[in-house]
Ligand binder design. Structure first.
Ligand SMILES: Nc1nc2c(c(=O)[nH]1)N[C@H]1C(S)=C(S)[C@@H](COP(=O)(O)OP(=O)(O)OC[C@H]3O[C@@H](n4cnc5c(N)ncnc54)[C@H](O)[C@@H]3O)O[C@H]1N2
Ligand code: MOO
Length: 401
């Protein structure tokens, strides 16, 4: 058995980012930039007003002074002339400040009368002017390679006049659920069987992680069938299997893929749940063999599949974020497997959450997994802890699935 850290390092080390493709802005959300975005213009393109009012010379605009209004400068329609002593130009938010003006008199601080305006509040120089290039300058790198694009980033790229972006292709992840006993939701269920929850949970998780899931038909515990299905998944960037990873007579993933050229990197991690995880390569396609127990499959996905997806998407593939919490129950000494206890989070003292583990941690229990808000981390050999002791937890809420 290898450690969780080593397993993750070996998985991440074997993966590379997908190639770049060029997509229109709306399609770029959530994708990782493959090339930097350089602003194609300066923003704002000129000194502009931040308010509706009058462009003035501050030295003329003391309270009680009348100024002559010689024109208007709405946004998109710059005033053609120049402001001289005692003059003002009507201006609106986003309008270009005419040459000669060095401040904006707020509309609320002025009284208009025909072609004149009375200054009612003394104006300070530079007030309410957004200088040219305040936001960014032409040629400036506004977004860097390796960034997962947010809605705000898309807005910034658009403001920089970039209609398309070069992003890494969404990783295509094949999902292959194996087992004689499993059926798709809604299909007839064999005697003693179970509905395949794994494939759908994994597809949702992959979607949330920026991947493109391809759910393959369920295959029975039959070497031939597993091998054929896996061959069909060779166009994927990663093939994820569930079930058949353990030591039973019907756990056939490794033996079925062997004749297809599967080379095993490692099998079995010192962790709970999820010990019998398989990692290897089927020709050009990396294969992550998740255990069949639904909780094991999902916990292994948090620890290994999400970082793998990140790596394929063009990110470093970091481990999941952890936060500090207080144990909400006494925890026994741990054995040599890194334990991940499903827990609820409750508000605790000074903003520190309390992580309350569910009393039963069986790896078949979907309901407690769905209700869990965190995984309490218990390192190999961790000593017993009393209620209230500090613990590290992985918050599940921010993983988006
Ligand atoms: N003698 C041993 N037995 C087991 C060991 C062991 O070390 N020695 N490991 C146990 C652990 S830990 C796990 S985890 C499981 C993993 O087993 P497999 O990956 O071989 O999974 P299966 O045996 O095919 O199935 C296990 C369990 O999960 C259900 N299952 C399978 N696929 C799905 C699916 N798509 N959706 C929902 N549920 C699924 C399946 O019906 C079984 O109940 O092995 C232990 N055994
Ligand atoms: O590790 Mo298995 O994943 O305990 O159920």
């Amino acid at each position: 058995m290898i450690s969780v850290e080593e397993a993750r390092a070996r998985i991440i080390g074997a993966l590379a980012a997908t190639p770049a493709e060029t997509v229109p802005l709306p399609a770029a959300w959530g994708r990782v930039l493959a090339r930097p975005v350089l602003a194609r213009l300066t923003q704002p393109p000129a000194d502009v007003s931040a308010m509706d009012g009058y462009a003035v010379r501050a030295e003329d605009a003391a309270a009680g002074t009348w100024l002559a209004v010689i024109g208007a400068a709405p946004a998109g329609h710059p005033f053609a002339g120049q402001i001289g002593p005692g003059q003002a130009v009507r201006i609106f938010t986003g309008g270009v400040v005419p040459p000669g003006a060095d401040a904006i008199l707020l509309q609320e601080d002025a009284k208009a009368e025909g072609a004149r305006v009375l200054v009612q509040e003394t104006v300070r120089p530079n007030r309410w002017i957004r200088r040219r290039g305040l936001d960014f300058a032409e040629g400036e790198e506004v977004l860097s390679t390796g960034r997962r694009l947010t809605a705000r980033d898309i807005g910034l790229a658009a403001a920089g006049n970039a209609p398309w972006l070069a992003v890494h292709r969404a990783p295509r992840i094949g999902i292959l659920a194996t087992g004689d006993e499993i059926a798709l939701p809604g299909d007839p269920i064999p005697a003693g069987g179970i509905v395949s929850s794994n494939a759908h949970a994994l597809a949702a998780l992959i979607r949330a992680g920026g991947g493109d899931p391809l759910v393959l038909p369920i295959v029975p515990d039959d070497s031939q069938a597993i091998a054929e299905a896996a061959r069909a998944a060779r166009a994927c960037d990663l093939l994820v299997t569930t079930g058949g990873a353990s030591v039973g007579d019907h756990d056939l993933v490794q033996s079925a893929l062997g004749p297809q050229g599967f080379s095993l990197d490692f099998w079995k991690i010192a962790m709970r749940p999820g010990k019998p995880l398989i990692w290897g390569q089927l020709g050009p396609t990396p294969v992550l063999g998740l255990p069949g127990n639904p909780v094991s499959a999902l916990v292994c996905s948090v620890l290994f599949l999400i970082p793998a997806l990140d790596r394929l998407s063009g990110l470093p593939g970091n481990p999941p974020r952890t936060i500090h919490a207080l144990a909400g129950a006494d925890l026994p000494e741990n054995d040599r497997r890194f334990d991940h206890l499903r827990a609820r989070l409750e508000p605790g003292p000074e903003g520190m959450p309390i992580a309350v583990p569910f009393p039963v941690q069986d790896s078949s229990m979907m309901k407690t997994l769905a209700r869990a808000e965190a995984l309490i981390l218990r390192a190999p050999g961790a000593p017993a802890l009393a209620t209230g002791a500090p613990v590290e937890v992985i918050p599940l809420g921010d993983l988006g699935f």
